[in-house]
Design a protein around this ligand. Structure first.
Ligand code: CS2
Ligand code: MG
Length: 408
C-alpha cells in the first residue's frame, strides 16, 4: 500500500483550521489537524514544502516508522510548528489504519473503558455576577463541569478568558482577529486578592457537586502560585490550571508543599520531554497535552501511558483552535484511556462546522460519545472548504502596569 499524495487546506468557519488529507493507492484517505493557534500558516507550509513530498510512496500502515522518520529526520527536534505538522500526519495515518481495519481508532488502542467522556465548558463573565449567570447557562445545557474565569475589579483590562462586555456569558470565545496583538494589562496583586473569594462564592452558590476548574494561564510566579493554591484549597476545585509557566518543571515542588489543590498543566507542551518530570515526580494531577500540538496519537499515547504509571489523569486541551479532527482524535483516546480525567470542549457544533467536518460524534448531558465509524469518525467536505480562506489573527499580548511584557 502506498501514499500517493496529500492536500493541505487552511481556513474554516471563524477559525483558521489547517486540515491535511492524505490519499493512498487503495482509495482510502486519512484526515489530520495541524491547526497551531496564532501561527496557522507555518505547520501548513512545513507540510507542503517538506513533509508531503517525502511521504509519497511510503506505506501509510507504518505509522510508527513514519513518526520516527519525521521526528528524528528533522534533526532540530520538537517545537510546536513541527509537532503540529507531524500531528496531522500521524492522525491521518491512524484514520487510514482504522478505515482499513473497519474499526474506530479506540478499538485499535484497546477498546472502550467508558461510554461517554466527561467534558467541561468555559463559563465566563466580565464580572462575578455575569460569571454566575454563565455557569447557570452551562448547567442548563447539561454540563457537570465548568471552567470559570471572570473580570477582576480594578484590573486595567479584561483578564484572561473574559469578555469586556457585560452580558457576554454564552459560548464566549476570545477574539484573535487582526494580526496586531491587542495589549492587555495584568496586575497580579489584584488577581491574588480577588479571585480566591470569587471562587469561594461560586462554590457557595452552586454547592459541592459542581466541578469547578480555573485557568491561571501561566501568570503567577512559583511562590505566588503556591500562595494562591493554598488560598483556594478550601474551594475544592476540580483543577487549577497552568498556575505558573511550566517550562520550569521543578517550579511546582513548592506549590505541592503548600496545597493539595489538583494541578493541570500541558496545553503548551509538544513532547513527552516537556512533561516527563512533572509526571514522574507527580507534581501534576492532570496532563493537558493536545494531540495536534504534541505530535499526534502515537506520541500522546506514550504520554498517557507514562501518566497512568504515576496516577496522573488526562485532561486534554480543547480550545476552539482545535478542529473537529483533533477533537475526534482526542475523543478516541478518551474512550480508551484507563486514566481518563476530563476533556475541554468549546462549542464546535455550529452548522458551518458540521458541514465542513461531518461526523456522528455527539455531546449529550455533559458527556462526549465517540462515533463508532471507522478511523477518526469525522469526514471533510472539500467543496465546503472552498468557502474559507486564511484570515490573519493573533493572540493578545500581556504587559504589567509598568510595561513589562508578561505571560499571555
Ligand atoms: C486556554 C487556551 O483553553 C484553555 O485552557 O488556555 O484556550 C489558550 O488560551 C489558547 O489555546 C491559546 O491559543
Ligand atoms: Mg489553559
Amino acid at each position: 500500500m502506498k501514499i500517493t499524495g496529500a492536500k493541505v487546506f487552511v481556513g474554516g468557519p471563524g477559525k483558521n483550521y489547517v486540515t491535511l488529507k492524505i490519499m493512498t493507492d487503495q482509495g482510502v484517505y486519512g484526515l489530520g489537524d495541524a491547526t497551531l493557534n496564532n501561527r496557522e500558516t507555518l505547520p501548513a507550509k512545513y507540510l507542503e514544502d517538506y513533509l508531503v513530498p517525502a511521504l509519497i510512496g511510503m506505506d501509510p500502515r507504518n505509522s510508527e516508522d513514519i513518526w520516527q522518520y519525521l521526528y528524528r529526520g528533522a534533526y532540530f527536534r520538537r517545537g510546536p510548528i513541527a509537532m503540529a505538522a507531524f500531528g496531522a500526519i500521524d492522525m491521518a495515518l491512524w484514520d487510514i489504519k482504522g478505515k482499513l481495519a473497519n474499526m474506530p481508532i479506540y478499538q485499535l488502542l484497546g477498546g472502550k473503558s467508558r461510554e461517554g467522556a466527561m467534558v467541561y465548558a468555559h463559563a465566563t463573565g466580565a464580572d462575578l455576577e455575569d460569571l454566575m449567570e454563565s455557569i447557570s447557562y452551562y448547567l442548563e445545557q447539561g454540563y457537570k463541569a465548568v471552567r470559570v474565569q471572570c473580570g477582576i475589579p480594578g484590573m486595567p483590562s479584561a483578564s484572561y478568558g473574559v469578555s469586556e462586555t457585560k452580558g457576554d456569558v454564552e459560548n464566549y470565545i476570545t477574539d484573535f482577529s487582526g494580526i496586531r496583538p491587542k495589549v492587555e494589562i495584568w496586575d497580579t496583586d489584584r488577581y491574588m486578592r480577588y479571585m480566591p473569594g470569587a471562587l469561594a462564592e461560586i462554590r457557595a452558590r452552586f454547592g459541592p457537586d459542581l466541578k469547578i476548574l480555573h485557568d491561571v494561564h501561566h501568570r503567577l510566579l512559583p511562590r505566588e502560585a503556591a500562595e494562591f493554591a493554598k488560598a483556594v484549597e478550601p474551594v475544592g476545585l476540580y483543577w487549577l490550571e497552568d498556575p505558573t509557566p511550566a517550562e520550569d518543571q521543578d517550579a511546582l515542588t513548592l506549590l505541592r508543599q503548600h496545597s493539595t489543590v489538583p494541578i493541570a498543566i500541558g496545553e503548551v507542551f509538544n513532547s513527552i520531554w516537556d512533561c516527563n518530570k512533572l509526571i514522574e515526580k507527580e507534581l501534576i494531577d492532570f496532563i493537558r497535552v493536545a494531540v495536534t500540538y504534541a505530535g499526534g496519537i502515537t506520541p500522546v499515547k506514550r504520554i498517557v501511558d507514562l501518566a497512568g504509571l504515576h496516577n496522573v489523569r488526562t485532561g486534554f486541551h480543547g480550545a476552539p483552535s482545535h478542529s473537529p479532527l483533533s477533537m475526534a482524535a482526542q475523543a478516541q483516546i478518551n474512550a480508551w484511556a484507563p486514566n481518563f480525567g476530563i476533556q475541554e470542549y468549546l462549542v464546535l457544533g455550529t452548522p458551518e462546522c458540521d458541514a465542513l467536518f461531518p461526523s456522528e460524534h455527539r455531546l449529550e448531558n455533559g458527556l462526549f460519545h465517540v462515533s463508532d465509524a471507522p478511523g477518526l469518525g469525522v469526514d471533510f467536505d472539500e467543496q465546503e472548504a472552498e468557502r474559507y480562506r486564511y484570515k490573519p489573527g493573533s493572540h493578545p499580548i500581556v504587559r504589567l502596569e509598568d510595561g513589562t511584557l508578561w505571560n499571555y
